[in-house]
Ligand binder design. Structure first.
Ligand code: SF4
Length: 166
């Protein structure tokens, strides 16, 4: 990886390793989302393929086939999906011209600060099978207007996952 690549190159100029390294492995893009009445609701309920403890996708290679609402995040699709990603996500931040958060593993060298801050979903997400439709309201963690999305994806319930996070 090139030194300070996140400051020196655009997303489209990154090589595969650099692109992958931007993902902090938080798993937030693998939380269920729901779009209704021009409003996006985010739940603390994990996608069925998310291993909550590790915040890794259990079948990254086949995720798009198995979970049609999952998105493929690439330099080309970041503008389309940026609003689906959490504000802490490096792809969203760099796309918007912001810097990496101070706790990002690329800056700190490990995930300890990130863990302390509770960025990883492992500390609060629940498995999708454990929550019934009626109970879901108890697990709402964010709501925002659909208009906040640059490109709407009304059927999508969760946003992009960049890789099988470490
Ligand atoms: S792509 Fe997903 S897991 Fe990776 S940093 Fe962004 S929100 Fe977190």
């Amino acid at each position: 990886m090139r030194e300070f690549f996140w400051e020196r190159y655009s997303l489209g100029e990154l090589n595969h390793k650099e692109w992958e390294a931007l993902c902090d492995g938080c798993g937030q893009c693998c939380l269920k989302r729901w779009v209704k009445n021009d409003e996006v609701t985010v739940f603390s309920v994990a996608c069925e393929l998310l291993d909550i403890d590790t915040a890794r996708c259990l079948d990254y290679a086949n995720r798009l086939k198995k979970v049609p609402s999952c998105h493929d995040l690439t330099p080309e699709t970041v503008p389309e999906y940026a609003a689906w990603l959490p504000q802490t996500c490096a792809y969203r931040r760099l796309h918007k011209g912001k810097s990496l958060p101070s706790w990002h593993p690329l800056l700190t060298g490990d995930r300890s600060r990130m863990r302390k801050k509770g960025i990883k979903v492992s500390t609060y997400a629940v498995p999708s099978g454990s929550v019934s439709r009626r109970q879901k309201a108890r697990y709402v963690i964010a709501r925002f207007p659909l208009s906040q999305l640059q490109t709407t994806k009304p059927k999508a319930r969760r946003s992009a996952r960049a890789r099988n996070n470490a």
